[in-house]
Design a protein around this ligand. Structure first.
Ligand code: NAD
Length: 366
């Protein structure tokens, strides 16, 4: 089985490529990347040394995919994955759409041409910002938790945000490119008769993740804490109560493998994939873990409220559990332990992923 990964030098793409290459002798992995993400070039030689073929290509250009060999499965992990992309002045809105939506279009044409299956990595950011800012929370210890005494909107429960949660705009430009890509992918699969799976991923983290304040936040926070760089709790009273659940990319790989091997033609195609309530932690909680590893380092409070900041995102992945008997296996503490070990051994990591070289600390966006 030949698996093609677009964005193969990114954090998730490279993790998936390694996992699939090791999963079975029957699998061979190849991929492309345009190396736009600072740090991604490191993964190119590492992947090649494990027998994975890596070519330079830009998915915005249909012609870059023309001469590639035919795969059995296409994994679309090439994107500008930041919620601030297209609005922060570092990339234009048109560029964002060309990468994230135009790129998916060309990958769908590539899958169609070769009759390959298609796995789209989507995001929790397809869910409505207006609805997410209304999620009722109360403070418990040093984090927000869902206030179940209040009326909850459709698709929200103590298990988290399910696929039934509102996707009404605004969802951010980034979220809109992914939502549009989802619809396009499902439509292509239906029209041209190839299997498509859409995975709405929550926050992922693990060793080797590039970290900036706006993307790869767990990696950023751990490395910045270890290096004694300034950190800020922005918004929500400046206390760091905002909560995210965390998933290790190995757990995502296991789900994609189940999807690849699912012979069933019908049924649901869109799944939330996240660490869930057991793997949820606040920024203040994350700081406490960092303190244990590296000694105390106090983030500054910053009361600014910003449009894309959300108090509580936990992914309800019960549909994936029901369909595939899948559940995350990597506990929160083991993921954070892995990140801490990486931070200890790679003090240069933030500069390498451009986290501090070009971005001011106050741009943190959890
Ligand atoms: N990391 C997370 O927490 C997370 C959460 C939800 C969804 N996702 C999704 O997972 C996917 C991978 O994210 P990631 O965290 O690995 O990001 P990443 O930035 O580490 O990896 C993306 C890779 O795609 C490459 N790329 C970007 N534009 C390209 C183009 N036009 N042509 C070819 N390559 C291109 C980049 O160079 C980079 O190596 C994205 O689609 C993202 O939206 C990630």
């Amino acid at each position: 089985m030949k698996i093609f990964v677009a964005g193969v030098c990114g954090f998730v793409g490279s993790s998936l490529a390694r996992w699939f290459q090791a999963a079975s002798d029957r699998v061979s992995v190849f991929g492309v990347d345009n190396l736009a993400r600072p740090g991604s070039e490191i993964n190119r030689s590492q992947l090649r040394s494990t027998g994975i073929t890596v070519d330079h290509a830009d998915v915005r250009l249909a012609s870059d995919l023309e001469n590639l060999p035919g795969p059995d499965w296409v994994i679309d992990a090439a994107a500008n994955p930041s919620v601030l992309a297209g609005v922060d002045g570092r990339s234009s809105s048109r560029q964002l759409i060309e990468h994230n939506l135009g790129g998916t279009l060309h990958l769908l044409e590539y899958a169609k041409k070769h009759g390959a299956g298609f796995l789209l990595l989507s995001t929790s950011r397809v869910y409505s910002i207006a609805a997410l800012t209304q999620v009722p929370v109360q403070v418990a210890g040093s984090s927000f938790r869902l206030d179940t005494g209040k009326a909850l909107p459709p698709g929200l429960s103590e298990e988290g945000i399910s696929e039934k949660f509102s996707v009404a705009a605004p969802v951010s430009l980034y979220g809109s490119t992914k939502l549009a890509a989802e619809i396009l992918a499902l439509e292509y699969g239906h029209t041209f008769q190839f299997p498509v799976w859409v995975n709405r991923c929550g926050v992922m983290a693990g060793a080797g993740q590039f970290g900036t304040p706006e993307q790869g936040i767990f990696s950023y926070w751990m490395h910045a804490h270890a290096a004694r760089k300034p950190l800020r709790y922005i918004g929500f009273g400046g206390a760091g109560y905002q909560v995210r659940d965390v998933l290790h990319p190995e757990d995502l790989a296991r789900l994609l493998w189940l999807e690849i091997n699912d012979g069933c033609a019908g049924g649901e195609r869109v799944f939330n994939v996240g660490g869930g309530s057991k793997n949820a932690i606040s920024l203040a909680g994350l700081t406490t873990i960092c303190d244990k590893h590296f000694g105390p380092h106090v983030p500054q409070a910053d009361n600014r409220e910003r449009p894309f900041d959300l108090p509580w995102i936990v992914m309800d992945s019960r549909n994936a559990k029901d369909r595939f008997n899948w559940r995350p296996t990597r506990p929160l503490l083991s993921i954070l332990e892995e990140l801490a070990s990486h931070a200890r051994h790679h003090p240069e990591w933030l500069e390498l992923s451009n986290g501090l070289a070009s971005l001011p600390a106050e741009e943190f966006c959890a």
